[in-house]
Design a protein. Sequence first.
Length: 152
Amino acid sequence: MLIVTRDELSEHIGRELEPSGWLKIDQPMINAFADATLDHQFIHIDEAKAAETPFGATIAHGYLSLSLISYFLAECGIGLKDTLMALNYGTDKVRFLQPVKVDSEIRAHAELMEYQEKTPGQILLKTKMTVEIKGEEKPALVAEILSMFIIQ
């Protein structure tokens, strides 16, 4: 994560940061997500039945990939110096462009789109996150993520 001061934020708008490391999405992770969300659709958990689909294997839930954004932001996003806490504030736009097949590796690219000081000491960042799949041309997803930083 790149840590900057409030005054340095404008220098980073529109500039892609270094990508995160690669993260393998394996079947135990997919199964755990299915259990946590009660989404046991066969395409995610039934390896034999999923092998018969056009994907040829199980795929991760789109929301599993999206839920990893918090992890990726901590790796490759932008943060503010003197932060007391940072909160997920929402998402303006999400597009799932390609499924993530089991045992694929994904990583994220972050680009600060805009920021605004909502109240003194509360700065809202909008970050474009692109989650790429190793060896694939199209990304898994693109999302505009909102993060609220409470600073001293």
